[in-house]
Every structure is written in structure tokens, then in C-alpha cells.
Design a protein around this ligand. Structure first.
Ligand code: SF4
Length: 363
């Protein structure tokens, strides 16, 4: 591999050191005629000791440190805006090298810090209830843009924490950005890198069946499926990806996923946004219970969060409890999502779109 390789996935004037997995870095170092094992100490320096310069790293030759710094950037993402909610949630708007913007959300809960990170600028899947979709197709984030959200998100966390969870539930569809997602997971779980347990990572998808299995084969991370409908007729309309991978296909895929060695004791999180008069009937609740029981799962009910220009409405309060009860009586584990950060433009993508200097780029 040469220095131009990471640039292929990150069209910047200079590749970033966060773009490389440890194996890729070791190969690059070997190509320079140096010992590939230096990759271990470089990873430790940048991820464990948060070094932003490599000169002076113990046992790292100065000539290699200099060459790395000439070839790769180590600059942090530019923070454009930070919004704090009264409930402790912090939303950070990052400006990327090309002027595009993405959001990262820090959600504290006791000693736990959950970082919700973005995968794309905009999203091409066009779910009708989604604010990010209104930004258009945008582009995939590079590995370094993924990793920088984690590094900066933890650095700017609003309070002390001892446990970190990462959820890929921000802007965009992570399984469309599949190659970069896998490299990112490699760095996040690397014991010389950020050393996060795979079970502390949840990847959310609108339902790309082939990549769901590919992900499960590569990493024992948790999966969240944005289901949001119990019939193909409604889901085709709400989430056009359903026309490619329908509900029956998805649940067959999830059954196969749960047979993989790393997934045998893991439940899939089924996310279900309740939208008034669209998917909130008691018949929907019965169908959802049946789907949930066909795999190991937990259901997370999310009352729809109305936002400007949205074609849908929040569910009636009187609908939520009977809906939940039907699921519980069927033996389904169900929670209602507590909405966090309501006062800071909570809908995903809302902050990036409402930013006065917001721009997005076409792929
Ligand atoms: S819900 Fe997710 S997959 Fe659907 S358009 Fe929004 S970001 Fe894309």
C-alpha cells in the first residue's frame, strides 16, 4: 500500500492517520523500509495518549515520525457548534474538510457515555419520515471522519464517564458506507487502538440484508433494525429500501445472523417509530409482536418527533400504552425511548441542516 491508498476513500489533499487500520499502517511502514511493528506504538500514541505529533514518541525513529507527519494529517475535526440540552445531552456539529457538516451526540447516563455518530453527509435511502434524507444523497464519511467523531466526542464529553457505548445511529446509513464502517470497527476494537468491546457498539440499519450478514461475520457488534412498519405496503412507502429487501427477507436474514458464532446470545434491537394513523394501530402491535418473536429481539418504541416540513404527526398518547401492552402480553421485551435533547434540535440531521452556513456536496 502507498500513501495514496487512503486518499482514495477520503478525497482530501492529505490523507489522515485515522484513515488507516493498524494492519494498513504496518504495511505502509514496511514499504518505507522500517519495521512494521512500529504501527503498534503509533496506534498507542495517537489513540491511548491522544498525541497529535509523533516526534518524540518513545522508540519511534525520528525519520519515520517525520515521514508520517509529512504524509498524513493528524488534525482534529473542526467543531463548528456545540449545543447543550437541559437534560445533559450535548450535540456537536463538525465541519468537514469540504465544508459539509455532520452531527455527533454525547448522551450521558450515570457513568455511561453513549456517542451517537454519523455515517454519511445526507442519505440516499430517502426514508419519508427522516430529516437527514432531506439533505439529499451527500457522501460517505471517511474512516478518519468516523474515528474523529469518537475521539473528539469523548474529548468534548459533557461529564465524567467510565463506560463508553458507540451507536451508529446518526446521519446516514452505515451499511451503505460498508468498507469504511468495517475499517472503523477494526480501529475502535483494536487493543492498541480505542479498545472498545464489540458488544458496546451498535450499528443501526434501514435493512440492507447482504451487508447485515457481512457485518455479523466480521464483528460481533449489536445490530439495530429500523423497522417502523409491519406490512410491506406501509414500509415500501415509508422506507423505499423495503422494495429491495422486504420484511420477510429481512427477518430471514436476521435469523441467519443469529446463527453466526458471534451472535448466538445477542438480541437484535427492533426500532419502531410510532406515527399517527400510519403504523400505530392495534393490528400493527399484534403483527409487530409476531415479527419480534420470530427472532431474539427487543423492541424500542419511539414516538415520532414532529419537525418542520414533516409529512407525519406524533402518535396520540392514548395509543402508546395499549400498543405497548399488546407486545408485553405476547412476551416481547419492549421499551419506550426516552427522548433526549428535545430542546437542541433533536431530530437527526436537524442541526446540520439548520446551520446558517450549511452546505453539502454531491458524491
Ligand atoms: S432513516 Fe436512516 S436510512 Fe433512512 S433516510 Fe434517514 S438516515 Fe437514511
Amino acid at each position: 500500500m502507498n500513501a495514496s491508498s487512503p486518499q482514495a476513500s477520503r478525497p482530501t489533499p492529505q490523507p489522515h492517520l485515522f484513515d488507516l487500520t493498524r494492519d494498513e499502517l504496518a504495511s505502509w511502514i514496511e514499504e518505507q523500509g522500517e519495521k512494521p511493528s512500529h504501527a503498534d506504538r503509533i496506534f498507542r500514541a495517537i489513540y491511548k495518549h491522544n498525541r497529535t505529533t509523533l516526534m518524540g514518541v518513545q522508540n519511534l525513529p525520528d525519520r519515520l515520525a517525520q515521514k508520517l507527519e509529512e504524509t498524513f494529517s493528524l488534525s482534529p475535526l473542526e467543531t463548528e457548534r456545540v449545543l447543550d440540552s437541559s437534560d445533559g445531552t450535548r450535540k456537536i456539529l463538525f465541519r468537514l474538510y469540504d465544508g459539509a457538516r455532520v452531527e455527533t451526540v454525547c448522551i450521558p447516563s450515570g457513568k455511561r457515555m453513549t456517542l451517537c455518530i454519523s455515517s454519511q453527509v445526507g442519505c440516499a435511502l430517502g426514508c419519508r419520515f427522516c430529516y437527514t434524507a432531506s439533505m439529499g444523497p451527500g457522501r460517505n464519511l471517511a474512516v478518519s471522519e468516523y474515528i474523529s467523531q469518537v475521539v473528539e466526542g469523548l474529548r468534548q464529553a459533557p461529564c465524567e464517564y467510565s463506560v463508553v457505548n458507540i451507536v451508529f445511529m446518526g446521519m446516514g446509513e452505515p451499511l451503505v458506507n460498508f468498507k469504511n464502517l468495517l475499517s472503523t470497527l477494526s480501529i475502535l476494537t483494536d487493543h492498541f487502538g480505542l479498545q472498545l468491546g464489540a458488544r458496546r457498539i451498535t450499528v443501526s440499519t434501514a435493512g440492507l440484508s447482504p451487508q447485515i450478514l457481512g457485518l455479523g461475520e466480521a464483528f460481533p457488534v449489536r445490530l439495530a433494525l429500523s423497522l417502523h412498519a409491519t406490512t410491506d405496503e406501509v414500509r415500501d412507502d415509508l422506507m423505499p429500501i423495503n422494495q429491495r429487501y422486504n420484511i420477510a427477507n429481512l427477518f430471514e436474514t436476521l435469523q441467519q445472523l443469529q446463527e453466526l458464532p458471534g451472535q448466538r446470545d445477542v438480541a437484535v434491537l427492533l426500532e419502531y417509530t410510532l406515527i399517527r394513523d400510519v403504523n400505530d394501530s392495534l393490528e400493527d402491535a399484534h403483527r409487530l409482536a409476531e415479527l419480534a418473536q420470530s427472532i431474539r429481539s427487543k423492541v424500542n418504541l419511539i414516538p415520532y418527533n414532529e419537525h418542520p416540513g414533516a409529512p407525519y404527526r406524533s402518535p396520540d398518547d392514548e395509543v402508546l400504552w395499549p400498543f405497548m401492552q399488546i407486545l408485553q402480553q405476547a412476551g416481547v421485551r419492549v421499551t419506550k425511548r426516552i427522548t433526549r435533547g428535545d430542546d437542541i434540535l433533536a431530530a437527526c440531521g436537524q442541526l446540520a441542516i439548520s446551520s446558517p452556513r450549511s452546505t453539502t456536496t454531491a458524491p
